[in-house]
Design a protein around this ligand. Structure first.
Ligand code: PLP
Length: 300
């Protein structure tokens, strides 16, 4: 039996601990009464916060960062888009507010800087990516994904097929085998092999939000490409949790959420990735210039 406690301790030693950078709720701030607490805890003790899957802890620096932008709004109003009053202190004109994170983002997902963009919400991004990438034809119009996909992903996908005049039977939703909780890669590949010629888009999650299954992104992408399908991934729960090499894996598009592990607030921007080559020779929907990043847009 592996010694998980020791392993965790060794990792803490190796990578350090940044807990001092975050605000921890206390039992009192969580609204718990003295009589409900474990014996060793007092109301002002920090809680053990284990929720990394939906909204992490607030970084202490967030309050100041938000206040600075509100200050800029007050000081210069709309002018802060182009002349941020705290530019000398390293703050960014709002028009370029997404750009400083791009190099970091590209590194985390294994992509070129011109392949990532920071914008919107995941569902909004998935809609706009599908809008560009789902180009059904008479024989190739289906979308392959999981039966228990995140609910908003399901509706985004369903709405796209409806938008093109298809019904729910254009959706192929794979379920785990009876009595099993996760999908076997073998079964996904077999479905691609069987139905591939009629599938326009394959769109799984990188890590399943409920079961934690880590999908074989590279293998599934390759198999779907061999059949001529476009491949996208919802990487909400994979980002920052597993090593991603999106460029090398030849993924066509993906979108992800940063709140999960990177502890940003619910209004933080979500991230998009589109493989650069995908754009060449194509006319794309309205916001595409920003979505692929300025430099890249010039090159395509
Ligand atoms: C797997 C997954 N897909 C989609 C979403 C929806 O994200 P948004 O609220 O940004 O549209 C989430 C949000 O947590 C998610 O975890």
């Amino acid at each position: 039996m592996p010694d998980f406690k020791k392993e965790a301790h060794d990792l803490d030693e190796k990578y350090g601990n940044h807990s001092e950078l975050f605000v921890f709720p206390t039992f009192s701030s969580m609204g718990l009464k003295e009589e409900d607490l474990p014996k060793s805890k007092r109301q002002e003790s920090a809680v053990n916060y284990l929720c990394g899957n939906s909204l992490g802890l607030m970084p202490k620096s967030t309050m100041e960062a938000v206040k600075n932008e509100l200050k800029a709004w007050g000081l210069r109003g709309v002018e802060s888009h182009f002349r941020h009053p705290m530019k000398e202190k390293g703050l960014t004109n709002w028009v370029d507010i997404d750009l400083p994170v791009v190099p970091y983002l590209a590194k985390v997902v294994g992509a070129n800087e011109c392949e990532v963009a920071c914008m919107g919400t995941l569902t909004m991004n998935l809609n706009s990516l599908l809008f560009s990438f789902y180009r059904p034809t008479q024989n190739r119009y289906k979308i392959l994904f999981e039966k228990h996909a995140f609910p908003s992903d399901y509706y985004a996908i369903l709405n796209q097929v409806k938008l093109h005049g298809y019904k729910e039977d254009a959706l192929i939703q794979l379920s785990p085998r009876k009595g099993e909780y996760s999908l076997r890669t073998l079964d996904i590949l077999a479905e691609i092999d069987k139905e591939g010629d009629s599938i326009a888009v394959v769109c799984f999650s990188g890590i399943q939000y409920y079961t934690g299954q880590y999908f074989d992104i590279k293998g599934i992408t390759e198999a779907a490409h061999r059949k001529g399908c476009v491949v996208g991934w919802d990487l909400a729960h994979a980002f920052g949790n597993v090593d991603l090499q999106l460029h090398d894996w030849n993924v066509d598009f993906r979108c992800l959420v940063l709140i999960q592990v990177h502890e940003l607030g619910p209004w933080s921007n979500r991230r998009n990735f589109r493989k650069r080559e995908t754009y060449q020779g194509q006319k794309l929907a309205s916001s595409a210039g920003r979505m692929v990043g300025k430099q890249c847009w010039k090159q395509v």
